[in-house]
Design a protein around this ligand. Structure first.
Ligand code: SF4
Ligand code: SF4
Length: 314
């Protein structure tokens, strides 16, 4: 939990969610809310620090509680008629296709939802729901790929997001899943316009946390410092550099050998072999031996701890 909060600078606590199986005992210190909440509202309430026990009578959204297998879905929702009434679907065929393609639990599979901030959860979660901005979601995806080398595939839509996409889908597949929220969850909860959700099955938390710790040693802080930010960004259009016609950018490299430490990082990171280390006045310094091959990627500029390298357009 601490790793997630520290490496990603999370604004909100990740929310542990468990689908309570039939016959399971209600864990201690879980509060049944005084008024029914939608499932999306219960996630928001938990990310604010509350530990919730939510039996069917506490669920305000008949769609969500049907999808989560807590109750039988009402006929009007099951048929798709209500989606037409809300003007959220063009016709009944499309509505029914959307309904049949979403992930759902069978009615009666579960007795309640349990939600708590991850570090307060007294139960074993099925999934952990992160409220993120896109950059943080990128690092969680990156951490998963760092762990197993695989890209992620997400299944989502702007319908039934926090129930179908955040709970049922990752529990059924064992893979993380994304949700941008839906009509209901955005209209009835405080999720900000720039926030999204990522749900991670519990068995993936540990490897992802370990990967995040490794990524936080270099990649995350470098990205957040925008170390390759192009200095011409603010005045684009004021001057257009001529192409040399060979695919290379027309740039001049200046390396201040007085500042150069001689660690060779720029040489190691340059993808096109522009730079080399040479002896100068009894010490090693970087020089540009093939400046014509420079693509102006700014990697050497960003990696040089001494800010000894500058690029300028010819
Ligand atoms: S990264 Fe900077 S300090 Fe290191 S060799 Fe290159 S120019 Fe010198
Ligand atoms: S800007 Fe990129 S291509 Fe050019 S010297 Fe630096 S690392 Fe190499």
């Amino acid at each position: 939990m601490k790793i997630f909060k520290e490496t990603l600078s999370l604004r909100w606590d990740p929310v542990a969610v468990r689908m309570m199986r039939p016959g399971e005992e209600r864990p201690p210190q879980m509060i049944e809310p005084p008024v029914p909440l939608r499932h999306c509202q219960s996630i928001i309430t938990a990310r604010r620090g509350n530990c919730l026990y939510m039996p069917p009578r506490s669920h305000a959204c008949p769609d969500g509680s049907g999808i989560l297998g807590l109750v039988e879905m009402s006929a009007k929702l099951r048929s798709g008629d209500l989606y037409l009434l809300f003007k959220k679907m063009p016709n009944i065929e499309t509505a029914q296709k959307m309904i049949s393609s979403r992930s759902e639990f069978k009615s009666g599979s579960y007795e309640a939802t349990l939600l708590a901030p991850l570090d307060k959860a007294t139960f074993e979660p099925d999934v952990v729901v992160f409220t993120l901005w896109p950059e943080q979601a990128m690092w969680l995806c990156c951490a998963q790929t760092y762990h197993n080398g695989e890209r992620q595939s997400f299944k989502t839509s702007g319908f039934n997001s926090t129930c179908a996409d955040l709970i049922v889908q990752p529990m059924n597949t064992g893979e993380m899943n994304i949700s941008f929220g839906c009509y209901g969850s955005r209209a009835s909860s405080e999720i900000d316009d720039f926030e999204l959700y990522l749900s991670v099955p519990t068995h993936l938390l540990e490897p992802i946390a370990q990967s995040l710790q490794k990524l936080s040693q270099k990649s995350i802080p470098e990205e957040r410092k925008k170390i390759y930010l192009h200095p011409v960004m603010d005045k684009i259009g004021s001057r257009r550099p001529e192409s040399k016609g060979d695919g290379a950018a027309s740039v001049e490299l200046f390396i201040d050998s007085d500042q150069c430490l001689g660690d060779g990082l720029c040489v190691d990171f340059c993808p096109t072999g522009v730079l080399e280390m040479v002896e100068k006045d009894g010490r090693k310094v970087a020089i540009a031996v093939h400046p014509e091959a420079c693509s102006a990627c700014y990697t050497c500029v960003g990696q040089c701890s001494e800010k000894a390298i500058q690029l300028s357009y010819l």
